[in-house]
Design a binder for this molecule. Structure first.
Ligand code: PNW
Length: 492
């Protein structure tokens, strides 16, 4: 394959000065994000039912360091301390998720667990007391285990009904105070890793060529059902908005050859179009229908009606970018990439990588990729409101590092500076970006990678009672949010 000349980073530089809060409109919202299973712990407290992640993480061999989320970073007991930290750093929003099995322990929706309601009421009230908006995700991958075991979870269409009951229970109980909802976080990661590759709960890889698309189909229908219910019954009364959280790497064509250019476009259709085309255009992208044929489920007219206008905003989770080349034999191996006929390239032997290496094997630092992704969404979907609901990087592995070294996270400070500058540029390009959430407030349980991968602005000392220590990146945000930094130190 012809080597692509590496892009010159300067080509994408926006300005010599550091990004400032003033590069964003005053009502642009800055927050930090987390999810229930990754931070709460208290797995057996408060009458919580088990989720698929409890079962998955307790099965030997599934989590690289043999850990699980039983205790996680104990936010269940320490939410006040964590909200105090958010407030100290100057964040105006906290994105967290509700654990479905705290609200309905078996998922069935017959009896609400009052202890779960009380816990989230406490969190919401504590946030509001500090002037921090609660941004609530209803589903961040922790399906009640009973729903999986008794009926096949996301593979059964009945799940749509149970999700809707759960969602409505949350709107009813919390919607007087919660004005920003997200139905589902990253259906793509949850179905590709959960039903094709098998490295996420529920750990299935038996029928990748059908289950993956079926599980995604039901997540879309669950989104549409819950979001339409909110929009028709609660939105006006409660005055809030509801969105869907989608992850997308930027796909940069490996070369100017037509087959690579169309491979990159196809890749974006398999990442974003998969979920957005049904909502904005009434069906899956044509290229998916063509390549998948009967393996791709169909929408009924009723489904299409529910999907249409089922979004007030798009939540974009963005971390990294890849070169994409056409390939009929994808070295990524898995069915999902084979079907797409793409090869994802981050580094090529002897060539320059697409970006610097972040602390996770999959994460390359490509700030311009977020601007391109935001502009792509604006152009393809008629400039809808977008919030960047996750963006961040894991620390470099430093096994023998001292605490003070771990706290001086220069890599992350630079990552945030450069990515946030590109978000500001996307706004100047005309995209309707309205907010930005850093992933993550705290180091936490990074799914199958356990606790070794630290994405936090705040260090959690797993060897010392889970004590919290803000890293340099937390202080960078604090200064940035005060709006008193930048312009090379000079005031405007
Ligand atoms: C997101 N990728 O997952 C999740 O929403 C978070 O819960 C998670 O902690 C965070 O990103 C960091 O990983 C992703 O391979 C996992 O491109 C993998 C990818 C993207 C997002």
């Amino acid at each position: 394959m012809a080597k692509k000349p590496a892009k010159n980073a300067n080509e994408w530089a926006i300005s010599d000065r550091e990004v400032t809060r003033k590069d964003f409109p005053p009502d642009f919202i800055f927050g930090a994000a987390s999810s229930a299973y990754q931070v709460e712990g208290a797995a057996k407290e408060g009458n919580r039912g088990a989720s698929i992640w409890d079962a998955f993480s307790h099965t030997e061999g599934n989590i690289v360091d043999g850990s699980n989320g039983d205790i996680a970073v104990d936010q269940y007991h320490r939410y006040k301390e964590d909200i105090e930290l958010l407030s100290m750093l100057g964040f105006k929003a906290y994105r967290f998720s509700i654990s479905w099995s705290r609200i309905f322990p078996d998922g069935l929706g017959t009896k609400v667990n009052d202890e779960g309601i009380t816990y989230y009421n406490n969190v919401i009230d504590a946030l509001l007391e500090k002037g921090i908006q609660p941004w609530v995700t209803l589903y961040h991958w922790d399906l009640p285990l009973h729903l999986h075991e008794s009926m096949g979870g996301w593979l059964n269409k009945e799940i749509v009904k149970y999700f809707t009951i759960y969602a409505e229970t949350c709107f009813e109980n919390f919607g007087d105070r919660v004005k920003n909802w997200m139905t589902i976080n990253e259906p793509l990661q949850s179905v590709v890793n959960g039903y094709c590759i098998g490295i996420f709960a529920p750990g299935r890889s038996e029928n990748p060529s059908t289950d993956t698309y079926l599980a995604a189909h039901h997540q879309l229908l669950a989104h549409a059902s819950a979001a339409s219910l909110y929009i028709t019954k609660y939105k006006e009364k409660q005055g809030g908005q509801i969105g869907l959280g989608l992850d997308c790497e930027w796909a940069e064509a490996w070369s100017d050859k037509p087959e690579d250019v169309s491979a990159a476009a196809r890749r974006l259709d398999f990442q974003l179009g998969w979920f957005l085309d049904p909502i904005y255009y009434g069906d899956y992208p044509e290229v998916m229908r063509k390549k998948l044929g009967a393996r791709l489920p169909q929408f009924s007219e009723e489904d299409k009606n529910l999907l249409r206008n089922s979004l007030d905003y798009i939540g974009l989770n963005h971390y990294t970018s890849r070169y994409i080349a056409h390939s009929t034999e994808s070295p990524d191996g898995h069915e999902f990439y084979q079907t797409q006929e793409v090869e994802r390239i981050a580094e090529w032997e002897g060539d320059q990588a697409i970006g610097g290496k972040g602390g996770s094997f999959w994460l390359y630092i490509v700030p311009w990729g977020i601007r391109k992704t935001l502009n792509y969404i604006a152009q393809k979907y008629n400039n809808p409101p977008v919030y960047v609901t996750e963006n961040g990087v894991a620390d470099e592995e430093k096994r023998s590092a001292q605490l003070h070294e771990m706290l001086d996270d220069k890599l992350r400070v630079n990552y945030f500076k450069d990515y946030i500058a590109q978000v500001a540029q996307a706004i100047r390009d005309g995209t309707d970006v309205r907010g930005y959430f850093a992933w993550s407030l705290l180091d936490n349980f990074e799914w199958c990678l356990g606790y070794a991968q630290r994405f936090g602005l705040i260090f959690v000392d797993y060897d010392n009672q889970l004590s919290r220590h803000p890293k340099s990146s937390a202080y960078w945000f604090m200064n940035f949010l005060k709006g008193d930094k930048g312009n090379n130190g000079k005031e405007e």
